[in-house]
Design a protein around this ligand. Structure first.
Ligand SMILES: [Zn+2]
Length: 177
């Protein structure tokens, strides 16, 4: 896919922003976003530029509107009564949303790593539980009829650390640019 000017404006965060938006509005949505000019544009114009059906364009725009990435104003033709929707995309808001998203994920990961670091875990075929819970069950799971065995959670902790590191790096980059 050709490098679009839209993603360039996010510098080294381009692919991150693109991925975030793709999850939100899909490939069709990206096509529409890439066709958005500076300033305002109508949904009809976007449909024309992208060859995407007008109903589909509107769906994407309303999804963006729900996240406050897109906003619109209406203009009524006095003669025909026809209402035109003028849309504007706030790309600065996208970065803000990604940062919020990352912050939420970081909090989750930090809570998880805290739990892993401070506890001991046991598992059978069907579940992974704390030492206290396993002891209360006499280290035997009646669900799958298997012993509850100690798990070394170092690999999991390392994996969580890596995930946190990646997200923190993204965060730093987003704040910088
Ligand atoms: Zn089990």
């Amino acid at each position: 896919m050709a490098e679009c000017a839209l993603w360039q404006r996010f510098g080294s965060n381009g692919s991150l922003v693109r991925e975030f938006l793709r999850k939100l509005v899909g490939d069709e949505g990206l096509k529409i976003l890439e066709a958005v000019p500076e300033g305002e544009v109508t949904d009809e114009e976007l449909a024309k530029r992208t060859d995407v059906k007008l109903t589909e364009v509107r769906k994407v725009l309303y999804t963006l509107y729900d996240c406050r990435i897109a906003e619109y104003r209406t203009e009524k033709d006095d003669e025909s009564g026809w209402i035109t929707y003028w849309w504007r995309i706030d790309f600065g808001r996208v970065k803000h949303l990604i940062m919020q998203d990352i912050e939420r994920k970081l909090k989750e990961l930090q809570a998880r790593i805290e739990r892993e670091r401070s506890g001991m875990f046991y598992q059978c075929k069907c579940q992974r539980i704390s030492f206290e819970e396993a002891a209360a069950m006499n280290f035997w799971c009646d669900e799958c009829n298997m012993p509850l065995e100690y798990v070394d959670n170092e690999p999991m902790i390392r994996q969580l650390e890596e995930q946190i590191e990646v997200l923190e790096r993204w965060m730093r980059r987003l704040k910088r640019e």
